[in-house]
Design a protein around this ligand. Structure first.
Ligand SMILES: [Zn+2]
Length: 348
């Protein structure tokens, strides 16, 4: 019996093998920065330059562009490899079940809406939240998404907790009642199930958040079925706004990412006012993606805004992709007020 349990534990730990990602500080004087940003993940802009994440297998390639870069961490995903640290996080199977349970518990307010299958046949689904959830009403449509990068586990936990708060609080909380009575919210807890089940940022080796079209480049993409499906879904519902939750960095950002040019002035002012207000309590950095971090082509917010001028945000939560489970409630709190403010923008 004991031997069997050990084999089982071993299998679990194999299953949790995550990628090794190293972090580097690249000096702002580096003349190859634009190439680094094209090929690697620039996490944040700081006083002396940029924090960049690099997959261990690609460190040699990175080193050619940044020989002087200082390594800050030899493995930022240590928590992903620690069963204890992961104990408080939900698996994809559990997430699917919880969506069903929410639908059964709140039949008037929550409904599971499938919108496709992933590359390996995993289900893609949203949970629609609204009063009279069975019908499409003349209300603003908002999409909230998490786990576009499958290793950013905290994003799914936060979005799930916010979803539960809205539903549980509907009868007693006037604020939530107003939000659900006046908007149709579609929650997508796992955008990239392949990445999520493997605890990987990627889908089939491709960064999903670099595969959306951007102005002038409608086709420069490698197809990722999960991303194709969510783009189709976005167009079909014709969303008025979206938040794509990522981790980490404590930032609330809006288009453009692909260029340092600003979007048109009237829109910029709306985004700027809203994100300034959203960041009031949690003190997140805010502004256009390209200016808060660095130019990044192919991110979701550029596509959503470019498609129909939707109020598309990208949020980088907290300071880690997978904080210890005991820290989850704190991150939920950090994300709550700004999310309610965002939703209230559509329900006034
Ligand atoms: Zn991300």
């Amino acid at each position: 019996m004991k031997a069997l349990a050990l084999v089982f534990l071993f299998l679990i730990s194999l299953n949790l093998q995550a990628e090794t990602i190293q972090s580097f500080q690249v000096l702002k004087e580096n003349s190859q920065m634009h190439l680094i940003a094209e090929r690697f993940e620039v996490k944040e802009r700081n006083k002396t330059g940029f924090l960049v994440y690099v997959l261990k297998e690609r460190v040699a390639e990175f080193r050619k562009l940044a020989p002087q870069a200082k390594m800050l961490s030899s493995d930022i995903n240590l928590n992903l490899k620690n069963k204890m640290a992961l104990a408080g996080y939900h698996s994809f199977e559990q997430i699917k079940k919880m969506a069903k349970v929410l639908e059964m518990t709140y039949p008037k307010l929550a409904k599971v809406v499938p919108y496709g299958t992933s590359r390996k046949g995993l289900p893609l689904f949203a949970i629609k939240l609204s009063d009279n959830v069975e019908v499409i009403e003349d209300e603003k449509k908002v999409m909230l998404t998490s786990a576009t990068h499958g290793d950013e586990l905290i994003t799914t936990e936060v979005l799930l907790a916010l979803t539960e708060s809205l539903l549980k609080g509907y009868d007693s909380n006037q604020r939530f009642k107003k939000i659900l009575n006046n908007t149709e919210i579609y929650i997508i807890l796992v955008v990239n199930p392949e990445g999520f089940t493997r605890r990987s940022r990627y889908s089939g080796g491709i960064d999903p958040n670099r595969q959306y079209p951007w102005p002038g480049h409608p086709n420069r993409r490698t197809p990722v079925p999960a991303i194709d499906s969510i783009m189709k879904f976005y167009k079909k519902i014709d969303f008025d706004g979206s938040i794509d939750f990522h981790a980490s960095g404590k930032m609330v950002m809006f288009p453009w990412g692909y260029t340092r040019d600003l979007i048109q002035t009237a829109d910029h002012q709306v985004f700027d006012r809203l994100t300034t207000d959203m960041a009031k309590e949690n003190r997140y950095k805010h502004g256009p993606i390209s200016r808060v971090i660095y130019v990044a082509k192919g991110s979701s917010a550029d596509f959503y805004y470019g498609h129909n001028s939707g109020l598309a945000l990208g949020i980088e939560l907290t300071t880690s992709k997978v904080p210890r489970a005991s820290r989850i409630p704190g991150v939920v709190k950090e994300a709550s007020e700004m999310t309610w403010k965002y939703l209230e923008h559509f329900s006034r």
